[in-house]
Ligand binder design. Structure first.
Ligand code: 2HA
Ligand code: ZN
Length: 270
């Protein structure tokens, strides 16, 4: 059995947590990440028959039954993940139609998965239904996107249009746009269901006055999505109160679609 602390997917998650903390997106215990793992990848490092603890999830997710996830722990600080991955992270396998999480590694201080586990698991199920290659769900609290939800219209099309116009690359990186949820109490099955519904049509879901969810095939893609949207939000906040002399027009956005072979969300450039 190989040393799990050397598993490339675990090393990558640790580095990502450190990087996100450095970006200021994950103060204190803010933020959480889950990564879908292949059974074979896990079996190279762990005895998958050795269940350390069984944890009730409080929801069902039949589509995820038997699947393995590497996930950050509740109350844990991204800042600290690099110093003790085994305390701050865990590997669980869902069982009983998703109602139970079997802990196979980690959370060594008796801890458990993130408080946002419902939103993560329901989002994985939703993303897998539209993209079987989706593996990552990431949540964090980036300053500028968060601030933007106080001063900008929360209509998804309008919010997306503004982001697309703040940086040329945006429509290329997230042509499907961003979906937006109004403020809701976090950590609940309700916000989990609402997030998952939004995840069917976009890889980015803004939680007004809270943060953002991203999804993607790997950590780089998902981080890059959030990074690009956050950069656009930063530009918006720099210029929102200034008189604009010009912007990226709808005609320009159509040119980008053509040049980069992407298609904006139908109707969102009308
Ligand atoms: O505590 O970010 O949304 C972690 C969170 C809750
Ligand atoms: Zn949060």
């Amino acid at each position: 059995m190989k040393d799990i602390l050397t598993a490339p997917w675990l090393v990558e998650l640790v580095r990502t947590c450190t990087n996100m903390y450095a970006h200021g997106w994950d103060e204190r215990n803010g933020g959480n990440i889950s990564v879908l793992l292949d059974a074979a990848d896990v079996a190279a490092y762990l005895d998958c028959k050795a269940v350390l603890r069984t944890l009730p999830t409080g929801f069902s997710a039949p589509a995820l039954d038997g699947k393995y996830f590497l996930v950050t722990g509740t109350g844990k600080y991204f800042k600290n993940v690099q110093y003790d991955p085994a305390v701050n992270l865990g590997i669980v396998r869902l069982a009983d139609g998703g109602q139970t999480a079997q802990l196979l590694w980690g959370f060594t201080d008796g801890g458990k998965f993130t408080s946002e586990f419902p939103a993560h698991m329901m989002s994985h199920a939703a993303r897998l239904s539209v993209d079987p290659e989706n593996r990552v769900v990431m949540h964090c609290h980036p300053n500028n996107l968060l601030a933007m939800t106080y001063v900008h219209d929360l209509d998804e099309k309008t919010f997306t249009r503004t982001l697309w116009q703040m940086e040329t690359e945006c429509i290329v990186v997230f042509p499907e746009g961003v979906n937006v949820l109004p403020w809701m109490v976090c950590g609940t099955n309700e916000i989990g269901q609402a997030t998952a519904e939004k995840m069917k049509t976009a890889r980015l879901v803004v939680w007004a006055q809270h943060g953002i969810y991203g999804a993607g095939r790997d950590l780089d893609e998902t981080f890059g999505l959030i990074e690009t949207a956050e950069k656009a939000a930063a530009v918006y906040l720099k210029i929102a109160h200034l008189p604009w002399k010009q912007t990226i027009t709808v005609a320009d956005l159509h040119q980008l679609e053509e040049r980069f072979g992407v298609k904006a969300r139908p109707g969102w450039l009308d």
